[in-house]
Design a protein around this ligand. Structure first.
Ligand SMILES: CC(C)(COP(=O)(O)OP(=O)(O)OC[C@H]1O[C@@H](n2cnc3c(N)ncnc32)[C@H](O)[C@@H]1OP(=O)(O)O)[C@@H](O)C(=O)NCCC(=O)NCCS
Length: 224
């Protein structure tokens, strides 16, 4: 298991912080390091750890062509265990710093990676917002898996993490993403020309976002 050593001091930190914020420790611990493990009707979501490097690389290699039109251009090093390990290490650091949440999407009965989703650039203070990214294995599309996974992840992000706004942007011709985001309740907010460098060129993006259903009732717990 990953990093048992770091968990002991953290528990003390959580206890002190929960006391200071007058939060029940149980609630705070679950939100902060209940490991964010989620279960849905058909799936489970868990943050990746360094031990996942082989299965993450296998996912990348198997879905290289499927994901290419929607992702930054990748050089050969992207498809190596060294790069995956470095990125998984960074993910653990970002999650520990609470600047991002990442999940592997898996079947309930195996460690196969069906897809991934991430909530990055988490900003607290007056903004309480982040960016959503996601991908599903080509062979797993059309089953409602991403909708099911993101429904659970968004509930966690709004109800447990208490974020207020999730932003998701897609290329105008990414109809699968457009439909998915619409079904999840995301609303179009704008259109950004040459927004991201995707597959070797600057690509326009449709800007969408979803505001927490509890909007207006939430008072931020976190101060920056
Ligand atoms: C975007 C992406 C995740 C969408 O995958 P998806 O499987 O279409 O998404 P969903 O989980 O919402 O599934 C919806 C589809 O499953 C079907 N479906 C089957 N069973 C279902 C169920 N039980 N519940 C819901 N939908 C179901 C729906 O009819 C729908 O199919 P349709 O689009 O042909 O009508 C996937 O295409 C992908 O990974 N693309 C490449 C990466 C990418 O674009 N990332 C985002 C960059 S912005």
């Amino acid at each position: 298991m990953a990093h048992p050593v770091t968990k002991i001091p953290k528990a003390f930190e959580f206890a002190r912080l929960a006391e200071r914020l007058r939060l029940p420790l149980e609630l705070y611990a679950q939100a902060t390091y209940g490991h964010h493990n989620l279960t849905t009707e058909r799936l489970r979501l868990r943050p990746p750890v360094i031990d996942d490097q082989k299965r993450v690389l296998a996912y990348r290699l198997a879905n290289r062509e499927h994901l290419q039109p929607w992702e930054p251009e990748r050089d050969a090093s992207y498809y190596t265990l060294e790069t995956v390990e470095a990125q998984l290490t960074q993910i653990e650091l970002d999650m520990e710093a609470k600047s991002a949440l990442h999940w592997l999407i898996q079947p309930q009965d195996s460690e196969e990676v069906l897809g991934m989703c991430s909530f990055t650039n988490i900003v607290r203070g007056a903004f309480q917002a982040c960016h959503l990214g996601f991908s599903l294995a080509g062979a797993q599309q059309g089953k409602g898996y991403m909708q099911e996974a993101l429904t659970a992840a968004l509930a966690h992000v709004f109800e447990v993490q208490k974020l207020h706004r999730v932003m998701a942007n897609h290329q105008p011709d990414n109809l699968a993403s457009e439909k998915l985001l619409q079904r999840l309740g995301f609303e179009r907010e704008g259109y950004a020309r040459q927004y991201l460098h995707i597959n070797g060129a600057w690509a326009d993006h449709v800007l969408t976002s979803l505001v927490s259903p509890g909007a207006g009732t939430y008072a931020p717990h976190h101060k920056t």
